[in-house]
Design a protein around this ligand. Structure first.
Ligand code: BGC
Length: 749
C-alpha cells in the first residue's frame, strides 16, 4: 500500500512540506478552514494528474444500494476505477463491499487516490432514529447531536465517509413530502438543528475513525417548491431567501460542514445547479466555503429539462462555471469537461479548483493515511444496532413525541386490567422506520404492540388491526370494536405509511389515508378512555380528531425503538416534552401556514368583514409552532428585562419564572419571541430568538434567562443590509409561539 502511495509522498516532499503528519482541521466549532500542509499535498497531487484523472475526481457514481456484495459491481465501473475516472461512489454498503471497491481504487489506479463513499444517512444507519422532523420536535440539541453521532459511528464502521445530510431546507408547506427530512418551518430553530447535526456527524475531528463528512442540502430554497410539489419551481423574494432559507445553510457552514449539495429546483428563473450567483459568488466567495459542492442526483443534466441548458455540453459548462464541483450520477462532467477545457470554455484553473476542493476533503478525512478508515467488519458487527445505540435511540425517540391533546386519559396506569391496541400501525414494524432509513430493517423495529406488552406483561391486551393504512375495506372494524369493548382503555395507532412522505411523495390531501378516520370515530363512539397515536412524516389535517377524541400523541415515524419509546410515554415512564417544529393546519386551504406571519394592513379579525381572513375557516393553525403538552403544567410569571431600553452595543437580559404547577416532574421548552413594532421593512409579528429546554421537578420553579443583542434584532433593510433599527420592540415568552406573556423595550441609537 505504502509503495503505491509513493508518488504522492515524493510529490509532497518536493514542495517542501516538512511535516508528513497531517494537521487536521478542527470541525464542529468553526468554519472548515484551509490547512497549509494539506494544500501543499493537494497541489503536489494535482501536479501529477492528467486531465482525465482530474475530471475523474469530479465524477460520482452510484452502486446498487440493495446489493451487499461485490459480485454485482458492474465491470465497467471496475474499469473506470482503475483508470482513475471515479472520485466518489454512493450506495455501496457494508465494510466488506466498500473495502473491496476501495482496494481497486487505491491499488489499481495510477495515482492511488482513495474514493470517498457517500450515503444518505438521514436518521440513522442501522439503528434508525425518528425521522428528522420528529427528532427536531425534541427541541433538544444535545439529543439531536447524539443521534447524528450514533449514525456516524455506525455508518463509518460500514465503510461510509460521507452522509448526504443534514437537509436544512426550511419547509412551510406540509404537502411537500420532504418536510420529514428537515427541521420544520423556522430559520432560527432550523439553524440550531443544522449546527447540532453537523457537529454530530463530523465529530470533533474529521479524521477520527467515526467521523463522517456532512453535507448541507439542498442549496437552496428547495423547500419553497410551489404548491408543495416536489422539484417544482421556486420563486421567492431575495428578502425571503436571505431571511428564511439561507440561515440554516450559513449555520451549517459556521459549524464546519465540509460539503454542500446544490438543489434540483430553479430559483427565480435560474436552476441552482447552474446558478453562479448562489453557488460560486455567495457560498464560496462571500461566505468563504472551502469544502466542495456536489450536484444533486442528475441535476446537471436536468438543466436541459428546465430549459436552461441547450444540451449536455452547455449543462456541464453552466454547472462547472457556477461552482458545482462534483457530478452526482450525471456523467456529464465525465463526458463533457474534457472538451470544455480543450475549447477554452472552462479553464484548467477552474477545473483544478474543483479537484482541489474534493482532494482537500479527502485529505482532511484522513483517507490518504487510511483509505479504509473506520471500515472494519468486526467493528461493523459490534457497532451496528449496538445496545448502547438502541438505548440512545429510545431516549431520543421519547423526546421527539408530542402530546397534542390529553383530557385526563394519559398516562395510563400500569394496573389497568385490559387494553385494546388497534389500528393498522399498532403491530407494524416496517413503516415505523420511515423513508431514507439507511440500512434499517423493519425486523429490528419494536412495534407499539410489543412496547405495550413489555409494560403489561400480565395484562389483558386485545389486538386488532381494524383496517389497512390505505383502501376502503372496513371488514376488520368489527374485530377492532369488539377488542375495544372488552378493554378498559383503547390505544389506536393510525397514520401514514413510510412511503407517503419523503422525496417525490408530495400529497394534495393531508387527511388520514383510507378509512382510518372512520375506525377512530367508531372506536371513539364507545366512550372509553382512548388515545390516538398518530404516525406521519408531516403535519396532517386532524382537526376532526382534536374535536372528537380525548388524547392524541404525535409519534412521527419513530424508528427502531418506536414502540418502546411510545409505551414509555403512554405509561408515564417518560413525561412527554416534544414541541412541534411545524404548525399543523386545520385544512389544506390554509397552507402555507407558519407562525412567522406579517401583520398586514388589515390584521385578521374573524368577526370583521374587511380583514385578512377566510370566510370558511379560522386563520389560526390547529396547533401552532412550538406547541406540545406535558403531563404536568408550567406557569410563567415575573417576566423581567434588565433595562427598558438598550443601546446598539448593549445586551438585554430577559428572565422569567417557570413553575411546574402539576403533579409530574417534567421538561419544558421555554421559547422567546420578538416583534419589531415598526421597521423600514415590515417585520413578522413573531420571530423565535431563543429557546431553552429545562427540567423542573413538580412544585418547583426555575428562573430562565435569555440575552438579546442588537444583532438578534437585525434584519435586511431596504438596501438588503443586515442592520438593527432603533425603535420599539415587544418580546413574548412561553411554551409555544402563541405565548401571551410579553413586555416592551426600546433599542436606542
Ligand atoms: C436527493 C438527495 C440525495 C441524493 C442521493 C437525490 O434524489 O434529492 O437528497 O442525497 O438523491 O441519494
Amino acid at each position: 500500500m505504502l509503495k503505491r502511495l509513493l508518488p504522492i509522498l515524493i510529490a509532497v516532499a518536493l514542495v517542501g512540506c516538512k511535516n508528513q503528519q497531517l494537521k487536521q482541521t478542527e470541525v464542529g466549532s468553526g468554519k472548515f478552514a484551509v490547512n497549509k500542509q494539506v494544500e501543499a499535498k493537494v497541489d503536489s497531487l494535482l501536479s501529477l494528474m492528467t486531465l482525465e484523472e482530474k475530471i475523474g475526481q469530479l465524477n460520482q457514481l452510484s452502486g446498487n444500494g440493495e446489493v451487499t456484495g461485490p459480485i454485482s459491481f458492474p465491470a465497467e465501473y471496475m474499469e473506470a476505477l482503475r483508470k482513475g475516472l471515479v472520485g466518489s461512489m454512493l450506495n455501496i454498503n457494508g465494510a466488506a463491499y466498500t473495502y473491496k471497491v476501495q482496494k481497486v481504487a487505491v491499488e489499481e489506479s495510477r495515482l492511488h487516490i482513495p474514493l470517498i463513499f457517500g450515503y444518505d444517512v438521514i436518521h440513522g444507519y442501522k439503528t434508525i432514529f425518528p425521522i428528522p422532523l420528529g427528532e427536531a420536535a425534541s427541541w433538544d440539541m444535545e439529543a439531536i447531536e447524539k443521534s447524528a453521532r450514533v449514525a456516524a459511528i455506525e455508518a463509518s464502521a460500514a465503510g461510509q465517509h460521507w452522509t448526504f445530510a443534514p437537509m436544512v431546507d426550511i419547509a412551510r408547506d406540509p404537502r411537500w413530502g420532504r418536510v420529514m427530512e428537515g427541521a420544520g418551518e423556522d430559520p432560527f430553530f432550523g439553524s440550531a438543528v443544522a449546527r447540532a447535526r453537523v457537529k454530530g456527524f463530523q465529530g470533533s475531528k474529521l479524521s477520527d475513525t467515526s467521523s463522517i463528512a456532512a453535507c448541507a442540502k439542498h442549496f437552496v430554497a428547495y423547500g419553497a417548491a410551489q404548491a408543495g410539489r416536489d422539484y417544482n419551481t421556486v420563486d421567492i423574494s431575495e428578502r425571503t431567501l436571505y431571511e428564511v432559507y439561507l440561515p440554516p445553510f450559513k449555520s451549517a457552514l459556521d459549524a464546519g460542514v465540509v460539503t454542500f449539495m446544490s438543489s434540483f429546483n430553479e430559483l427565480n428563473g435560474i436552476p441552482v445547479t447552474g446558478n453562479k450567483a448562489m453557488v460560486n459568488d455567495l457560498l464560496k466567495e462571500k461566505w468563504g466555503f472551502n469544502g466542495f459542492v456536489d450536484s444533486d442526483w442528475g441535476s446537471i443534466r436536468e438543466m436541459i429539462y428546465h430549459g436552461y441548458a441547450a444540451n449536455e455540453y452547455e449543462a456541464g459548462y453552466l454547472a462547472m462555471s457556477s461552482g458545482v464541483d462534483m457530478d452526482l450520477e450525471g456523467r456529464i462532467y465525465l463526458a463533457q469537461l474534457k472538451k470544455l477545457v480543450e475549447d477554452g470554455r472552462i479553464t484548467v484553473e477552474q477545473l483544478d479548483e474543483a479537484v482541489r476542493r474534493i482532494l482537500r476533503v479527502k485529505f482532511e478525512l484522513g483517507l490518504f493515511d487510511n483509505p479504509y478508515k473506520g471500515c472494519d467488519s468486526i467493528r461493523e458487527k459490534e457497532l451496528l444496532l449496538n445496545p448502547r445505540h438502541l438505548e440512545i435511540a429510545r431516549e431520543v425517540t421519547r423526546k421527539s413525541l408530542v402530546l397534542l391533546k390529553n383530557e385526563n386519559v394519559l398516562p395510563l396506569s400500569r394496573n389497568i386490567r385490559s387494553i385494546a391496541v388497534v389500528g393498522p400501525l399498532a403491530d407494524n414494524q416496517d413503516e415505523l422506520i420511515g423513508t431514507w432509513s439507511g440500512r434499517g430493517e423493519g425486523k429490528h423495529v419494536v412495534s407499539v404492540l410489543s412496547g405495550i406488552r413489555e409494560k403489561l406483561p400480565n395484562g389483558n391486551i386485545y389486538y386488532a388491526k381494524g383496517c389497512e393504512i390505505v383502501g376502503e375495506n372496513k371488514a376488520g372494524f368489527d374485530e377492532a370494536i369488539n377488542a375495544a369493548r372488552k378493554a378498559d382503555a383503547v390505544v389506536v395507532v393510525v397514520g401514514e405509511s413510510a412511503m407517503m412522505s419523503g422525496e417525490a411523495l408530495s400529497r394534495a390531501f393531508l387527511d388520514l389515508p383510507g378509512v382510518q378516520k372512520d375506525l377512530v370515530m367508531e372506536l371513539n363512539a364507545l366512550h372509553k378512555p382512548l388515545v390516538v397515536v398518530v404516525m406521519n412524516g408531516r403535519p396532517l389535517t386532524i382537526e376532526w380528531m382534536d374535536k372528537a377524541v380525548p388524547a392524541i400523541l404525535e409519534a412521527w415515524l419513530p424508528g427502531t425503538m418506536g414502540g418502546l419509546a411510545i409505551a414509555d410515554v403512554l405509561f408515564g415512564d417518560y413525561n412527554p416534552s416534544g414541541k412541534l417544529p411545524m404548525s399543523f393546519p386545520r385544512n389544506v386551504g390554509q397552507i402555507p401556514i407558519f407562525y412567522y406571519q406579517k401583520s398586514t394592513g388589515r390584521p385578521p379579525r374573524q368577526e370583521e368583514r374587511y380583514t385578512s381572513k377566510y370566510i370558511d375557516s379560522p386563520v389560526s393553525p390547529l396547533y401552532p409552532f412550538g406547541y406540545g403538552l406535558s403531563y404536568t403544567t408550567f406557569e410563567y410569571s415575573n417576566l423581567s428585562i434588565s433595562s427598558p431600553s438598550i443601546k446598539m452595543d448593549e445586551t438585554l437580559k430577559v428572565s422569567v419564572d417557570v413553575r411546574n404547577s402539576g403533579k409530574y416532574d417534567g421538561e419544558e421548552v421555554v421559547q422567546l419571541y420578538v416583534r419589531d413594532m415598526v421597521g423600514s421593512v415590515t417585520r413578522p409579528i413573531r420571530e423565535l430568538k431563543g429557546f431553552k429546554k429545562i427540567f423542573i421537578k413538580s412544585g418547583e420553579s426555575a428562573r430562565v434567562e435569555f440575552s438579546l443583542t442588537s444583532n438578534d434584532l437585525a434584519f435586511y433593510n431596504q438596501n438588503m443590509e443586515y442592520i438593527a433599527e432603533p425603535g420599539d420592540f415587544m418580546l413574548f415568552i412561553g411554551g409555544n409561539s402563541d405565548a401571551s406573556l410579553g413586555l416592551g423595550f426600546r433599542l436606542e441609537e
